[in-house]
Design a protein. Sequence first.
Length: 184
Amino acid sequence: MLAPREIDEYLLPTERRVIRVRQHWAVMFKHIWQTAVFILLVVGVEQYMDGSTTAAVDVLVDNLAFYLVLVAVLRFTALTILWWVERIVITDKRVMIAQGIIVHNVGMMPLGKVTDLTFQRSLSGRILGYGTMVVESAGQIQALNRIDYMPRPEEIYEALSELVFGEKGKTRATGALAKPRWRR
């Protein structure tokens, strides 16, 4: 299994890791819901058919129900492991997503190609603390164009903006402090 420190093997000697996160746990709601509904359906059908047929059919229905529930639990376990090993890594030079157990995939986008950066939050995202990061690159669709269920999107947006567009409060050309346009 991919340990959190193993993603660092993809870093170049000249780059430094700024952020390393996995998708927000809310991404698992869909899988939890699907698994629970499927198990309830299987158990409901099994209970409905129990006792209404012959003993041989009852045993067959019980065994089928058991194996269907087992497959649902194994599927949920595999999806949870996939979520756990997936990492979103932002360095001072690029953004990467590493995912997969058997087939390991690493997607990458250089920060120099980023032309626009946006994050979006739904109501549930505001409540639970996740959002969607949209990274655009000079009219091209990149592998990391959209990252859903990004945890703490404001912090990551701010850190990524500083990396892409210069330090916070400083202009890129001179490095001097930029004049604030408004006061709060």
